[in-house]
Structure formats: structure tokens, C-alpha cells
Design a protein around this ligand. Structure first.
Ligand code: KIV
Length: 273
């Protein structure tokens, strides 16, 4: 029987694996608010990630490191209200899982209990495998994330492409495999050479979701404010801008100011008798 993604009423960790088997690419975007989530769900996006990038693109912080669990849960619960079909992924922020497996299980549980998430995403390679196993053992599905993991930006010395050196390439291959063996249902590959994205994807049964990992991944993810051209501070090479929201917003706000100053707003129809 032919696989038809449109027939799926709710994306789950079981049916997401069918996308890879059927060679149907998976679309993932981040969201931080209700109207955005609702629009994404209506057009049929498969997965929505409440990424810790909300700390930069939504809150204006310098990096993702100061994102807190409360902040992540707050936004996850808001995005949840906009979704019916898409899978909702909560992103475990910096220091919510690194210090102990107990912290990790408790915090991952909060994403499901308080945020309404379907699963969580955890950054890191072989070193996080014991923690990932504990979370999965607690009944919480985990998406892995290897390559340029922004929570380790200071250890890497910047936002650099990972996996060009043979030893790092091998570490990333081993990490992806170890995360799959630990029970992750999917894995994000960030900022790695396309050839490595292809090699990891072909070596695994679970779907890979790329961001700056080339065209051969089983799916792609982008930060929503980057791809609609809303966030203007900087733009990674891997972003494709599908719109220019910032420019369109500037135009709308400028026109509004003109109308207010000229008395052209509000009109009679926009006023009460
Ligand atoms: O935090 C985030 O938005 C992410 C994606 C860019 C993969 O981790």
C-alpha cells in the first residue's frame, strides 16, 4: 500500500519512521507562539520544535545558554494550543540535563506534563547517551541532536561547522549510532558537511533532520523567524529566506504612523456611532 502522509491525523514517533521508509521528506520548523503554531499545523507541517533558539530570536539574548526550563515550558504550552496534527518537540535547555540524569528525567517530564509536548530534544553525542537512556526509560521519547550543538558554543570556540576533521567526523558518526541504539526516534544533524549528513542518514534506520547538513537528510528544520525573514540580527549560511517579514512589517508600521499623524486612521467605519 502506498504511504500517504496526508492520511495521518496525528504525527507520532511510530508513523514518523514510515516517512523515511517511504522516502518522504519531513518538514520541521521552530515555533514559539500560538498563531504561528496554528498556521504551521493548518498547512500540515510534520513536527514543530520549541527550540531554545527562542532565547535569541524571540528574547534578543546573545546566545541560547540562559534559556530556562520555565521559559521553555511556558512557550511549549502556548505552541501546544495551536497544534492538532503536528508532533510537538520540547528542547531541553542548557543545564536542564547536563548535571545529572535525575535532573534530566524530571525536566523532560515537565515538558510532557506541563508543556503538552510529545517528546524532547537533547543536544550532545556519546557523552549524553546514559542520560538519554534514562529519559527514554521513563517513557519519554527523545530526539537526539549532534554536530554544531549551540549549547556547547564556548567549548567549540564559536558557531563552527563540525566534522571536517577526521576525528570529529568519526565522533559524530559514533554518536549518531549510539543515540539510535539508545532508543532515540530521530536525530537532528546541525552544521556538518553534506557528505557526513548523507553518511549518517544512510547508516541509520531512524530519520535524520538536517539544519546545515545537506540535502540527503530525511528531513529539514529551520528557525521560523530566520526563514520568514523576521529576525535581522544575523543569518547563518544554511538559511533560505522564504519571505521578508521584517521589511513588510516596517512598511506596515510606517504607513500606520503616517495615517495616525494625518488623521486618516481611524475612518468612520473603524469607529463606533
Ligand atoms: O533551538 C533550536 O531552534 C534548534 C534547531 C535550530 C534545531 O535546536
Amino acid at each position: 500500500m502506498q504511504f500517504n502522509p496526508e492520511k495521518i491525523s496525528k504525527i507520532t514517533i511510530r508513523n514518523i519512521k514510515k516517512f523515511k521508509k517511504a522516502d518522504v521528506k519531513i518538514s520541521v520548523l521552530t515555533a514559539y507562539d500560538y498563531p504561528t503554531a496554528m498556521i504551521m499545523d493548518k498547512v500540515g507541517i510534520e513536527m514543530v520544535l520549541v527550540g531554545d533558539t527562542l532565547n535569541t530570536v524571540f528574547c534578543g539574548q546573545e546566545n541560547n545558554l540562559s534559556a530556562t526550563m520555565d521559559q521553555m515550558i511556558y512557550h511549549t504550552s502556548i505552541v501546544k494550543r495551536g497544534l492538532k496534527r503536528a508532533m510537538l518537540i520540547g528542547d531541553m535547555p542548557f543545564m536542564s540535563f547536563q548535571a545529572s540524569a535525575e535532573d534530566a528525567v524530571r525536566n523532560a517530564g515537565r515538558f510532557l506534563k506541563e508543556g503538552g509536548a510529545d517528546c524532547v530534544k537533547v543536544e550532545g553525542g556519546v557523552e549524553v547517551v546514559p542520560t538519554v537512556k534514562r529519559i527514554i526509560d521513563a517513557g519519554i521519547p527523545v530526539m537526539g541532536h549532534v554536530g554544531l550543538t549551540p549549547q556547547s558554543v564556548h567549548r567549540f570556540g564559536g558557531y563552527i561547522v563540525r566534522g571536517r576533521k577526521p576525528e570529529v567526523r568519526q565522533y559524530l558518526l559514533d554518536s549518531a549510532k549510539a543515540l539510535e541504539d539508545a532508543g532515540c526516534f530521530s536525530i537532528v544533524l546541525e552544521s556538518i558537511p553534506s557528505s557526513l549528513g548523507k553518511e549518517i542518514t544512510e547508516s541509520m534506520d531512524i530519520p535524520t533532520i538536517g539544519i546545515g547538513a545537506g540535502p540527503d537528510c530525511d528531513g529539514q528544520v529551520l528557525v521560523i523567524y530566520d526563514m520568514i525573514g523576521f529576525f535581522e540580527d544575523y543569518q547563518p549560511t544554511f538559511v533560505r529566506k522564504y519571505d521578508n517579514f521584517a521589511e513588510r512589517m516596517k512598511k506596515a508600521v510606517t504607513q500606520y504612523m503616517k495615517d495616525v499623524r494625518s488623521g486618516g486612521f481611524p475612518s468612520e467605519e473603524e469607529s463606533y456611532s
